[in-house]
Design a protein around this ligand. Sequence first.
Ligand code: NAD
Length: 562
Amino acid sequence: MSSTPNEKISALHEAQKKLFATSKTRPLMWRKQQLAKVVKFIDECSTQISDALTKDLGKTAFEGEVTEIEVTKLEALEAIENLDSWSATEYVSAPGALMPSFCEMRKEPRGVTLVIGPFNYPFSTGFGPAVSALAAGNTCIIKPSEMCPATDKMLRDLIPKYFDPEVLAVVSGAIPETTKLMELEWDMIFFTGSERVGKIIAGAAAKTLSPVILELGGKSPLIITKEMPELEAMANRIMWGKTINAGQTCVAPDYVLVQEENVEAVLEAFKTSLENMFGKTNEQIKNSTFSRNVSVDHTKRLISMIDDAKSNGGKIVTGGSEYGDAKAKYFPPTIIYNPGPKSKILTEEIFGCILPIIPYKTNGDAIRYINTMRGTPLALYVFTRIREHFDFFMDAVPSGGAVHNDVLLHFACSTIPFGGLGTSGYGSGHGKHGFDSFTHTRGVLSKPCKGIFEFGGIRYPPYDRYGGFSGPLFKFLVAKLPNIPVMYSTALYYSACTLGCVGTMYLALNYAGVEPREDAKASVNGLTKFIGELIVDLGKWIGGEGLARAMARQAAQTCRAA
Ligand code: NAD
């Protein structure tokens, strides 16, 4: 794999900074064009992407399509469809003591961003966050994992055909190149990878005060309670979630706690499910629907984990290291029953196709077991027919995300945030949540600068202007006045205008944060003021506050264009 030289890394960063400074990336039209390019790239190059994933991880075309290619395209399409609403300024209420004032939350791009990807989903973990970055009006550099040279090369060859390098570029390399990248200043770094490297990235980012989102891994527990749901469906779901991508999935169930009365049935169902999906253990190596490990070393690590678990009392239920082939990067789906708590498979993230099964008596015991494990899980899975039991585990076991009666699917649901907690990371991605991560929400307050709104100069020194009265009055106003919804602020302002201020136009311009021009001021007359008030009142009367607010916003926008 050829790495990107240091000078080129600096030049790309500089070029992206320059482009961002021109404000060219801000307009929604520009952003939608970039997102459309993502869709075009995926449509035209899906075969090359799929082939690269097969070369790197033995992924079938179907698995590559479903778990990497299509989800990334959907991210882009969803962003195109929702960009107007995601990026719309929100108008919010203002504290009564600051009246009259108008508060907005503007959604602004952050700037030049960096996405560092892991090996296990090398396309979607790089391109998915890049979609969010572009949607939010940023430029982006993707650094894919060096463990997936085919995907890295495919991205390096194809991305320049669709994107200008000052908009989206790929930097290839391993630790030295990532270290070089981390010396630069970024407006957002989105890192997906291990906890160990996450700490290195966060430490390096602190030196340049670059903000970071960390999507890390860890041990995600799965609990099957006494009141388990339908056995076969449950077993298939769990075996699918564990075996997809040969277990190299950050949210794969890492270990399973089964209420002891169900152990026998569950083990049998797991075994049957695996055989239905991949055949008998000794035939599974020939089954091309089962992905391969990323490297020989990774496979050897799994083999040694199993040997260690066996020496710690674990009993193989199905699979086992004797069926593994390190050279072929193959390790069979393996279930091991009740290994001792010191086994490596219970102290380290497994990140491969081994599933330890641990029996427990009461739900309280299961919680105590999970809470003896180091770190905060990225995902929590509970299979139970009783909703209260699910809630019981939710309250007792913190985690990044959770699923009731299934596995992994929350990852595919872009309406909820996906991210970790504690050792499994911080910040979130996917859909609007990814957009928000790459967006700076800028709080803006606008206030008319008029003597009438000084309220006797109560806020200015000398503070004893009103004797001992100023302090208590000030405290009273701050504590007692409620937040004023934006629509009442507008109405109040309109009313104030009738008392001799410049009128509706001036209001709308102020409200929109625009300094009124002299000619705009001149065009204000009593009629517009009257109509403005009427519109807001009418809006409130017909459609409530929401409609009145929308009308006030419209008035502000109209005046902005005037
Ligand atoms: P990793 O942390 O080893 O590598 C991730 C990236 O960091 C790579 O691009 C790599 O080049 C770079 N890197 C590695 N060592 C570095 C160093 N010393 N300094 C600077 N950069 C360095 O992770 P991995 O092995 O590729 O991926 C597996 C991990 O990722 C697992 O822990 C898994 O749970 C996690 N993961 C998390 C998510 C999520 O969404 N939370 C998704 C996928 C994977």
